[in-house]
Design a protein around this ligand. Structure first.
Ligand code: P6P
Length: 327
């Protein structure tokens, strides 16, 4: 059985050399983060750091360690203009005069880190944009629409360490092979079934949901004798990477809507390094990604830590949910 490495796969897709090297650097950072996560209990770093991130969230020690690793490994790439991290308020400019052809990488170094101390899956999410002109190193210059992404992906630190990527030619899944250290192709051409009977939402926020989401979930819960005519299942991992990986593998729909509790912030999840990369992956796998009122990738950013409502997954179910928002 032929084993295809990440590099061989990217070469087969005629990926631009600079982009391929950048993605390999990101894969290296993810392997190093995986190692620190898997040894976290022995290093005593599964707990909370004494710091908060720009989101006002208490950082886990591994959040900080993962961000530092990502900066150390990816930050040295000669084609990189800037890094934008969930864990860092300011844009991390790597060049004083970014040029056309340079890349901006947006990333969440350790998504779902509240799961660390209970040993559930966490991950690293990344989004890559390529500059089409020289820019001044100012924060507004990295507020670039999701449709401009040239690549996106995530690593998932679960029972195995996985890497799922797109360069705009579909979605492919790799698994870290400890013996060789390589990410080997194990889930080629990932595709989301258009229909589903499975939704993922934090149901504890029911009393804060706006009517479109509450009506949608109520109708799903009324089962085969209700308006949907079928019985639904629910999953919620509290780790976007884990929920999205399940949806890319077997279908489903994921919702983190704006609600009465987060409306002032625009929602919970971040556009540039959660919604946009996951949105590109889901669309490339035949799914849909929406704010409820429109395509996530079309949202014009107003800040690099901006939050948006997120509804993504099986395209026909996303369309049903958008219908509830239009009523
Ligand atoms: P809640 C993790 O903190 C995260 O950003 C996503 O990975 C996840 O889907 C969501 O927040 C979990 O939110 O409200 O269930 O804690």
């Amino acid at each position: 059985m032929t084993q295809t490495t990440l590099r061989q796969h990217l070469q087969a897709q005629q990926t631009d050399t600079d982009l391929m090297i950048l993605m390999e650097d990101i894969a290296t950072a993810c392997r190093m983060i995986a190692d620190r996560v898997r040894h976290g209990a022995f290093a005593g770093v599964l707990g909370a750091a004494e710091t908060e991130n720009v989101q006002g969230e208490t950082q886990k020690e591994l959040d900080v360690i993962s961000d530092e690793l990502f900066q150390q490994v990816v930050g040295g790439n000669p084609s990189l203009a800037a890094l934008v991290s969930e864990e860092v308020d300011e844009v991390n400019w790597r060049k004083t005069a970014p040029q056309a052809g340079d890349f901006v990488v947006y990333y969440d170094p350790l998504d779902g880190s509240s799961n660390l101390d209970v040993n559930l899956s966490v991950g690293t999410i990344f989004s890559i944009v390529r500059l089409n002109a020289a820019i001044a190193p100012e924060a507004s210059a990295v507020q670039i629409k999701g449709t401009k992404q040239v690549a996106a992906g995530y690593a998932i630190y679960g029972p195995s360490t996985g890497l799922v990527i797109t360069v705009g030619q579909g979605v492919d899944g790799f698994t870290h092979h400890p013996g060789s250290g390589e990410f080997l192709l194990t889930q080629p051409e990932m595709s989301i079934p258009p229909e589903t009977k499975e939704f993922a939402i934090n149901a504890s926020r029911y009393d804060m949901w706006h009517p479109p989401v509450r009506n949608y979930i109520d109708d799903c819960l009324r089962g085969k004798n209700g308006p949907r005519g079928k019985t639904f299942n629910m999953r919620w991992c509290a780790s976007m990477v884990a929920d999205v990986h399940r949806i890319l593998t077997r279908g489903g729909v994921f919702l983190y809507p704006a609600d009465a509790g987060n409306a002032a912030q625009g929602g919970k999840l971040r556009l540039m390094y959660e919604a946009n990369p996951m949105g590109m992956l889901v669309e490339q796998a035949g799914g849909a990604s929406s704010t409820g009122l429109g395509r996530i990738l079309e949202v014009a950013p107003t800040g690099h830590h901006q939050r948006v409502p997120v509804i993504l997954g099986s395209r026909e179910e996303v369309a049903v949910i958008e219908g509830y928002h239009k009523k």
